[in-house]
Design a protein around this ligand. Structure first.
Ligand code: ZN
Ligand code: ZN
Length: 216
């Protein structure tokens, strides 16, 4: 049961194709798990399509061959890779996340970041960073603030912070106004996809020291 969803703003930006790759990945993966946001996206896509149609000139008579040339250009244009919103049958990771990871969670090459927390940075454009996070059951991520936007999508387990509780499929959207300390609930290790477009603000000295090496 997903209770934390994408904002209209994010769905609109995703529909318009204006998000950095890492954010696209988080949005598409949430949509793969969430019927509600998939339906909301469909209506934003429809609105976008209608707006495009309205901006087409209607009274211009195309010169001979112009229409054919335009159609040929459209046909020749490379197909835009639309993420597949199909959850995978078995594993924990739906598409398109599974493709970025190169399989399911057993394919992830984790690196320790301290306190038992592990990460794996995914290959995306440099404008924003996407990482898989592994938080052992009962373990807390260091208390931090944000210099930009952070989206955290839960794939396995549950984490809670000062604002709420997040389980599989839930997405937390944090910005400059939020300081929090996510803690994985006891019982099951928590695995998340976290994307950020700016470094986090750590209060404690040690995480601050390690930050440049971990690209957090
Ligand atoms: Zn949703
Ligand atoms: Zn955060």
């Amino acid at each position: 049961m997903i209770t934390h969803h994408l904002s209209d703003k994010l769905l609109m930006a995703y529909s318009a194709g204006s998000l950095p790759e890492a954010f696209n990945l988080a949005v598409a993966t949430h949509i793969a798990l969430c019927d509600e946001c998939r339906a909301r996206l469909a209506s934003f896509d429809a609105i976008g399509g209608a707006m495009l149609e309205q901006t087409q000139p209607t009274s211009v008579v195309l010169q001979d061959g112009a229409l054919a040339a335009t159609l040929a250009r459209i046909k020749a244009a490379p197909a835009i890779a639309k993420p597949v919103h199909e959850p995978r049958g078995e594993g924990i990771l739906p598409e398109p996340l599974a493709s970025y990871v190169g399989g399911d969670i057993d394919q992830i090459e984790w690196r320790g970041v301290g306190g038992g927390v592990r990460q794996a940075i995914l290959q995306t454009s440099k404008i924003a960073t996407a990482r898989m996070l592994y938080i052992p059951a009962g373990v807390a991520v260091p208390d931090h603030g944000h210099n930009g936007m952070e989206m955290t999508l839960v794939l396995q387990g549950v984490f809670a912070d000062e604002t709420a509780r997040f389980g599989r499929g839930d997405i937390e959207i944090a910005d400059e106004d939020l300081d929090h300390q996510p803690v994985a609930e006891p019982g099951e290790d928590c695995i998340c996809l976290a994307v950020t477009d700016a470094p986090l603000k750590f209060r404690a000295f040690l995480p601050r020291l390690a930050q440049p090496f971990l690209r957090i």
